[in-house]
Design a protein around this ligand. Sequence first.
Ligand code: SAH
Length: 219
Amino acid sequence: MISRQKIEAMLQSIEAEYRYTKGFTGQSSLPPEVMEAMRLVARQEFVPPILTTMAYENFPLPIGNGQTISQPFIVALMTDLLCPEKGDVILEVGAGSGYQAAILSRLVQQVYTLEIIPALAERATEVLQRLGYENVEVRQGDGYNGWPEQAPFDGIIVTAAASHVPPALQEQLKPGGRLIIPIGLPYRSQKLLVLEKDQNGMFSTRNVLPVSFVPLTRA
Ligand code: SAH
């Protein structure tokens, strides 16, 4: 059974972390639409059964294959930074458990998500299908090259840390779109960046917050 109380406590913890990090992020509170999406997605379905009781704690959890489901605050913040709109088509690199994709799917028209580890891609596909997230498509593959067949995207979110911004992702972003990506060394302090592409295809970059993500690996 989904614990409403646990979900509300998770949302309060996210709100508290918004306040602590406001000096870095410039974002003072979780937007109501993002909060509602986080209220509606059962995070417990995306974590291993043995961790169900911890599913709504505000920290990352292991999902197997050395990977993690991100901390709820980070999922909320990255979703918020993307400024999702109802008609948007979004690309995620690093499907992992499928949780971030499920949150986004409640806010936009279509989510495409790439996962490099076959077992995780399969599991994310299965859980998203079972829960009825019909506007999410998971594909196994190296997200460094993006998803050219479905490009361009209104927004792109990368949930693994890269040493640099993959050029294909910059190309596959629509003018006016945003790319959210952690950049830095594996397991060290990385920078969460927001890149905005203007109508002339020029990028501006904002460094939002020190973060720690698993590395973006290559095929
Ligand atoms: N968004 C995920 C968090 C996943 S952690 C969630 O909500 O659960 C990052 C994921 O990125 C891992 O599953 C890892 O296998 C995947 N990954 C790493 N490098 C990748 C690449 N080049 N292409 C696609 N996925 C990649």
